[in-house]
Design a protein around this ligand. Structure first.
Ligand code: ADP
Length: 505
């Protein structure tokens, strides 16, 4: 809102009515608002209630005299200017009044012009004081703003998730945030002001920063970056830019440091993944290729009927293609789960029904190996889960298939279902080969397979448990394995009944 222009107020304190009226008239014509009091007491009362700039005060008054009024005004209203009206002017009274803080004095009798001049001067002084105060305030505010701005920038720089450092053209460190100090292993000692080669051990990084600091690169050109290995498992990427002044001259460098360890690991895993897939696909494909070649050759040379050998070779080729198809199926399952599309239609599912179905289906395989499968169900029906039934089929199907695969002929598999506190718990126990302790932490990793004398000739992709773990995670459940070589394994799956599988729509 625009401030209303207020008319300055002048207070006249004098026991003589003529003086009061005369002053009022003159000052009113000058454009001021004038208030009058016939004694000091009344004058102070007005000062208390009104915003007065100047007081004209008689010295000699009955009761409270002018000096007393002056003292009170100086004590309570420091910015008010007091002009004393001296009746029987002597230099001494005037000097005394000035010493006591009066701004000026006028000797009675005075002409209107004399009054005008003194008042004008007083207002000029008031304006100057006001301006000076405003300037002082402004300056103070600017300083506070600057300080706030600086502390804001400092806070931002210090809380950046990346390392940040700035160097000057000579390679001295001008700024370095705590993350950069940490990455460069510099402890808490300040590096500001030191040459980079005294603080940074890696010579390659020093050279990189020096080159940018000295203006070897233009700001708009593609800048190289520098990769720094802090250890065998920790990698940092330094990316620098020249700092230019107004004349586009290089004044130093600003360098960010980012932790790229995860990216490096991801990259390595990706390469390993591709290598593993190619490896897994290549050998069965080569076998199929060779065997089919032999079949063709055989059928060319043996005119008389299709030999048994041909049947055998074609059968082997089919087995290999079956493995390939299963690998590809697992890979597709994993990519589907990782993309979050594992659950197509969540419905009410009962684990008991699913387990019965799987056991019935797997029984054929188990019988081939003379294995017994026992399914223990609770007396009371367990609560249902809301999920895609294929997720449960895949989890329990994979675990039961493994139990059959990794248990030698004549072994025993027992599956148990129970429920507690809105969770269902399924255990799949076998008395098969078991797994050495050292393999357990990596068992759910992609392509991880235990290769020993027992498992060497058992086909598999190493993806089954990865799929199981991903699905259990998506159902907000948990899986746990206990195993002992030669005695068997126990897989425990716990699934909450109130959680739905990840993606629903
Ligand atoms: P695979 O296709 O090789 O069976 P999985 O991911 O299902 O892949 O299993 C990973 C590895 O864990 C297997 O290669 C096997 O060595 C081990 N394993 C899994 N289940 C069992 C089990 N019940 N008994 C012994 N070893 C097992």
């Amino acid at each position: 809102m625009e401030g209303k222009e207020t008319i300055p107020k002048i207070l006249v304190i004098d026991d003589e009515m003529d003086i009061r009226d005369g002053c009022e008239r003159i000052l009113y014509r000058m454009g001021y608002d004038v208030l009058c009091a016939e004694n000091g007491q009344d004058g102070l009362q007005i000062l208390e209630n009104q915003d007065i700039c100047i007081v004209l005060c008689d010295i000699k008054m009955p009761g409270m005299d002018g000096f007393e009024v002056l003292a009170k005004i100086k004590e309570q209203y420091k910015s008010v200017l007091v002009i004393m009206l001296t009746g029987f002017s002597t230099v001494e009274t005037a000097i005394e009044a000035m010493k006591k803080g009066a701004y000026d004095f006028i000797s009675k009798p005075f002409t209107p012009d004399e009054l005008r001049i003194v008042i004008k001067r007083a207002f000029e002084t008031l304006h100057l004081t006001l301006e000076a105060n405003a300037l002082k305030l402004e300056q103070h505010k600017n300083l506070i703003d600057l300080e706030t701005e600086q502390s804001r920038i400092r806070t931002i720089i210090e809380t950046l998730p990346h390392g940040l450092m700035v160097t000057n053209i000579r390679g001295q460190i001008v700024l370095m945030n705590p993350v950069a100090q940490k990455y460069l292993n510099l402890g808490h000692d300040t590096c500001v002001g030191k040459m980079i080669e005294l603080c940074i051990e890696d010579k390659g990084l020093c050279d990189y920063i020096m080159q940018i600091s000295r203006g070897h690169y233009k700001a708009d050109e593609d800048m190289p970056s520098y990769e720094l290995a802090l250890s065998e498992e920790r990698f940092i990427l330094a990316e620098g830019r020249p700092v230019l002044n107004e004349d586009a001259k290089c004044m130093g460098a600003v360098v960010t440091l980012s932790d790229i360890t995860d990216l490096k690991i991801f990259d390595r895993l990706k390469s390993e993944f591709v290598a593993q897939v190619s490896h897994e696909l290549r050998s069965p494909l080569s076998v199929i290729h060779d065997q089919l070649g032999m079949v063709i050759k055989a059928s060319d040379s043996e005119k008389s009927g299709k030999s048994e050998k041909n049947q055998y070779l074609i059968g082997r080729a089919r087995d290999k293609t079956k493995n390939l198809i299963s690998l590809i199926g697992d890979l597709l399952d994993i990519s589907r789960i990782e993309a979050g599309n594992e659950c197509l239609e969540p419905v009410k599912v009962n684990a008991e029904d699913i387990l019965k179905k799987i056991v019935e289906f797997q029984d054929v395989q188990a019988r081939k190996k003379n294995l017994s499968i026992e399914l223990k169900l609770p007396d009371k029906k367990t609560p249902s889960l809301i999920c895609d039934p294929t997720a449960l089929e895949s989890i329990f199907g994979n675990l039961i298939t493994n139990a059959i695969k990794y248990t030698p002929d004549g072994g025993k598999i027992s599956i148990k279902l129970d429920s507690r506190d809105e969770n269902i718990r399924v255990t799949i126990k076998d008395n098969g080969f078991g797994i050495e302790q050292k393999h357990l932490p990596r068992l759910f990793e992609k392509f991880y397979r235990v290769k020993d004398d027992n498992t060497r000739f058992i086909n598999g992709t190493g993806l089954g448990l990865t799929i199981v773990k991903s699905l259990v995670d998506s159902l907000k459940g948990s899986i746990h394995v206990e195993s002992e070589p030669g005695r068997g394994s126990l897989f425990t799956v716990i699934l909450p009944c109130n959680a739905q599988t990840g993606q629903t729509e």
